[in-house]
Write a protein that binds this ligand. Structure first.
Ligand SMILES: [Zn+2]
Length: 258
C-alpha cells in the first residue's frame, strides 16, 4: 500500500496544498501499527504526515474538526446514522471537557474520536513542554471518555513544526492533514462546500469539515448532499482507521503491489 504524505515540517506556519510530497511505503504489523519507510532526504525528522491514502477501494474519510459542539455534533451524528456512514471527529480537549457526553456519544455510534489539541493554539510557535501538554492532555481525555487512545493527531491550522511532529510520534499518533479542504469555516454556501468535495472526490481522500468553531448549518446541509452523492457514486464514508486498514488489506491481497 502506498500512502501519499506531506513532508510535514515543510509546512511551517500553515499548510497549503502543493507543498512537497513524498510517497511512503507503509506496512502494518498490528491493525494500526504503522511504520514508514521514507524515500526522501533532507528532512529534519522522519515523522510522516498523512494527507491521503492511495487505495483502489471507493472509500473516503469524512473528518470533522473543532468539536464536539452541542448544536452541530448531534445533527451530524444523526445524518451519519441515517446514511449508514462513518466519520472521524478531531475533537478539542477544551470542548471535550465541556461536553464529555458528546464525546461518549460519538464513540458509542461507532464513529472515531481523534485529537485536535487542547486549546486550538497554533502549536508551531510554542515551547516543547506546551506542545507536549496540548497533545498529552487531549489524549488522556479521549482515553478517559472512550476507553481508546487516539491514533491520529490533526494540528490546528495544519500548522507543523519538528516539535509538533516529535510530540505526536512520542504518543504514536499519526499527524493527519487532508486531501480536500471544504473551507466550510469561511461561511461559504452548502452548495459550494458540496461541489468542492465532489469535484475533488477520489478513493482514499480525507475530507476536512468542521462541527465546531461556530454555527455549522451550511456544513450540515452540505453533508446531507455529500452523503447522497457518495452513495450514488458507489463510495463509502468510513473512519480513518478503516480507510488505513482496508488499504493495508488490499496490499496483502495483491502481492504485485509495492
Ligand atoms: Zn481546527
Amino acid at each position: 500500500m502506498v500512502i501519499t504524505l506531506h513532508r510535514g515540517w515543510v509546512a511551517l506556519g500553515g499548510l497549503a496544498a502543493g507543498i512537497a510530497f513524498a510517497a511512503l511505503v507503509f506496512w502494518a504489523s498490528a491493525p494500526l501499527d504503522i511504520a514508514a519507510k521514507v524515500h526522501s532526504t533532507a528532512a529534519p525528522t522522519n515523522a510522516p504526515v498523512l494527507s491521503s491514502i492511495q487505495t483502489g477501494a471507493r472509500e473516503v474519510a469524512l473528518t470533522f474538526d473543532d468539536g464536539p459542539d452541542p448544536q452541530n455534533t448531534p445533527a451530524i451524528l444523526r445524518l451519519l446514522r441515517e446514511h449508514h456512514a462513518k466519520a472521524t471527529f478531531f475533537v478539542l480537549g477544551s470542548q471535550a471537557e465541556k461536553f464529555p457526553g458528546l464525546v461518549e456519544a460519538i464513540a458509542r455510534d461507532g464513529e472515531e474520536v481523534e485529537s485536535h489539541s487542547m486549546s486550538h493554539r497554533n502549536l508551531a510557535g510554542l515551547r516543547p513542554s506546551r506542545v507536549s501538554y496540548e497533545l498529552t492532555s487531549t489524549a488522556g481525555l479521549i482515553h478517559e471518555l472512550t476507553g481508546a487512545d487516539p491514533h491520529f493527531f490533526r494540528p490546528p491550522y495544519g500548522s507543523l513544526s519538528p516539535t509538533v511532529l516529535r510530540a505526536a510520534a512520542r504518543l504514536h499518533e499519526t499527524v493527519t492533514l487532508w486531501t480536500i479542504d471544504t473551507r466550510d469555516w469561511t461561511g461559504r454556501s452548502a452548495a459550494a462546500i458540496t461541489s468542492t468535495v465532489l469535484a475533488q472526490l477520489r478513493p482514499g481522500a480525507i475530507i476536512l469539515m468542521h462541527d465546531g468553531g461556530g454555527p455549522r448549518g451550511r456544513t450540515i446541509k452540505a453533508l446531507q448532499s455529500i452523503l447522497v452523492a457518495l452513495s450514488q457514486r458507489g463510495y463509502r464514508a468510513v473512519t480513518l482507521q478503516t480507510l488505513v486498514r482496508d488499504a493495508v488489506g488490499q496490499t496483502a491481497a495483491a502481492p504485485s503491489s509495492p
